[in-house]
Write a protein that binds this ligand. Sequence first.
Ligand code: UTP
Length: 277
Amino acid sequence: MITKCLFPVAGYGTRFLPATKAMPKEILPVVNKPLVQYGVEEAVEAGIHQFGFVTGRGKRAIEDHFDISYELEHQIQGTGKEDRLASISDLINNNTFAFTRQNQMKGLGHAILTGRNLVGDSAFAVILADDLCLPEPGEPGVLAQMVALYKQFRCSIVAIEEVPADETHKYGVIAGETMKDGLYRITDMVEKPAPEDAPSNLAIIGRYLLTPDIFDILARTEPGKNGEVQITDALLEQAKNGCVLAYQFKGRRFDCGSIDGFVEATNYVYENIYKAD
Ligand code: UTP
């Protein structure tokens, strides 16, 4: 089954400069919780307890976040504020966190390949923490929905959503045969196409379940669009030789890698989760 989740978090987060000069974008808080913690919680809900992070220079705050802070715990002991650490303490106590570094930013595909030693030889999940995915109230999270599908189909699965035509250039875009409502077998994939070159308006978002043969494919994948090793190129090879599914998930996604999406997520979480608590 899917027991491990990889977080590629080596990117520079240039859209958030100067905020991300000394702080990883994955640590930016949506209300009172860092983006990356939402991702880890989503994976835990999907039954995953082993986490691997592909980090880079300037990302140590992520390691610190998933480690005990004795001094802080000591300071707030008996002050009534202990519950503010409860969610992160719970994650630290019940999961394992491993880290490796991507020392050159050669793209998402290269970052995933860098995580190979953390993942081993089984199917695994990938979360891009800057896509914040929230389920409909009372419904399972996106990764849990995908894990349920994996149990049935046993092949790589990417999460997709419909995007406006003028936004296809920001995503990998798929073409596929409909298997059932919201589920496609991928036949083609184009990385960041102009609207006229896009094979559909179905864009890949930051949730993947990958079978481990992806690593050998990535190892021989040449740099593609923007000179980066693209996960979409490797997935297309997998799709042509076997099967890759695209799943139109249920829930909401916020592009927290962009300022607009981040503000939208903050307002949504404040109104619907934080105040409702
Ligand atoms: P992005 O291109 O959206 O992230 O990469 P970025 O580079 O951090 O942000 P901007 O565009 O400069 O603002 C998508 C995801 O892939 C990871 C990033 O950390 C992000 O989660 N990534 C990308 C890597 O880990 N390594 C890479 O070489 C490239």
